[in-house]
Design a protein around this ligand. Structure first.
Ligand code: GRG
Length: 295
């Protein structure tokens, strides 16, 4: 196993341990939504967003425990967005991570409500006393996560993604949509580190921009995997983007040109990361992993 996979697994394990403990403090008989929430949250996600956060944290020597807690909140938002994305009103997918999607395992209203409950759980985690930070930093974290999930981030990106289906959409518009749908949450992974480190707005913006572009690269590789990947390693049927008429760079430019664009994006990101010197080597390694991933 490569050293990157080992580190990814460690981050995933520590994030899951924190989240499972957080659920332990809740009486499982007190809500019908805990079971579907856990099903959506612990169904084998890579926890790649948490890994980006942990590796960005190394640049500013941030305490690992704090990063795991912020990563746990991010993974709640991510799981929620996937549960809603799979619904018939959105992408209508029956499988996720090789298992039945939440609305297929339970039902649609359960997937909606347990998704909503994961969204609010993210903010409960950030505001909990587990996260030992001053009030100002906590407030900034909560604000930044709200902004990236909302009307200028994930929610708008998802709206555009669904609206663009079966239409001829320009490269610029596809990139803008993907930066919102997928990039913004990665943007938060990097920006949150600067917030915890008490950095100024200029540094925060620079890190957020790096994260957004990592998210764009992540989305392009996701689209390439849909085109060329193996459905058993991807965990859902492939070649669906073409069938659904999704606005992706692969569908617009073809696989080879999309790959060329992805490599160009990777080099631009790496150039920006390298400015942070030796401490950024693990973040660089995560970005380089993106284009080689097969899951
Ligand atoms: C969150 C406010 C808010 C609204 C929800 C449904 C929605 C709006 C947004 C969905 C956005 C979406 C589906 C983005 C896809 C990003 C993507 C490439 C997901 C796959 O991520 P992986 O590969 O998944 O990290 P794992 O399974 O590893 O966790």
């Amino acid at each position: 196993m490569s050293s990157f996979y080992k580190k990814l697994n460690t981050t995933a394990k520590d994030t899951d341990k924190y989240l499972k403990n957080f659920f332990l403090n809740k009486n499982k008989n007190s809500s019908n939504l805990i079971k579907p929430m856990k099903y959506g949250l612990f169904s084998g996600g890579k926890r790649f967003r948490s890994a980006i956060l942990v590796n960005t944290g190394k640049i500013f020597k941030i305490d690992y425990k704090k990063l795991i807690i912020v990563g746990a909140a991010i993974e709640c938002i991510h799981a929620y967005s996937l549960m809603h994305d799979d619904l018939p009103a959105m992408d209508n997918d029956d499988l996720r991570r090789g298992k039945l999607s939440v609305h297929k395992k339970f039902n649609e209203f359960t997937a909606l409500l347990s998704g909503n409950a994961l969204l609010t759980l993210a903010f409960e985690i950030l505001s909990s006393s587990d996260l030992k930070l001053n009030k100002k930093s906590k407030n900034e974290l909560i604000k930044a996560l709200s902004v990236c999930s909302g009307i200028f981030g994930l929610a708008e990106g998802q709206y555009l993604d669904l609206t663009f289906e079966k239409k001829k959409i320009s490269q610029k518009k596809i990139i803008d949509m993907q930066k919102k749908k997928t990039g913004e949450l990665f943007g938060f992974c990097c920006e949150s580190v600067a917030i915890i480190a008490g950095k100024n707005i200029k540094i925060r913006k620079k890190l957020k921009d790096i994260g957004i572009n990592i998210g764009l690269l992540f989305q392009i590789t996701d689209d390439m995997l849909d085109y060329k990947g193996n459905s058993s390693s991807v965990g859902k049927p492939t070649k669906m983007d073409l069938k659904k008429g999704k606005a992706t760079l692969v569908n617009l430019l073809g696989y080879e040109k999309a790959l060329f664009f992805a490599n160009k994006t990777k080099n631009q990101i790496n150039k920006k990361i390298k400015k942070y010197g030796f401490k950024s080597k693990d973040l660089l390694q995560s970005v380089n992993f993106l284009l080689s991933r097969d899951f």
